[in-house]
Unconditional design. Sequence first.
Length: 172
Amino acid sequence: MFEKYSADNPVNKKRMTVAFAFGRVSHVIASFFGSGLLRPGPGTWGTLAGWVVWVLLTPWITPLMGWSLVALTFVIGAWASQQTSDDLGVPDHGSVVIDEVFAIWAVLLTVPATLEWQIASFVAFRVFDIVKLPPASWCDRHLKNGWGIMIDDALAALYAVAVLALAQHYLV
């Protein structure tokens, strides 16, 4: 389950540099403005960066605009992830974090806009993204392209949304 995070994994032996991350538009998007360069846990940093941007955007967007942004980020993220993976020569590099950004935005759209629910969203999504319950684990192992990078996080987001919906039902 945690092989992806092992130091022996070839994916973890090639670092994305700042120059690479800002060298092409696709790299900027895939690394979410360089947040994927932060260590340890670039996926967690990417999720945090996505959360911060979401909090800054939400006063100016409607739910429909939010869902449109999520869908657009999914499609552009798949393209940027594929381009960046090809340029790095590494499928699903840890510094590619646009998948976490799109996913946390989707989760945040489903909960009340309070700090408590946002923290719960962050934690729930990170747990499901790391654990990768089926079918996310299958997608992570077998879909080695931009769509696969995005889809396994979409599934982690769905698990988080389900748990948070149950929590809202029983706690609110």
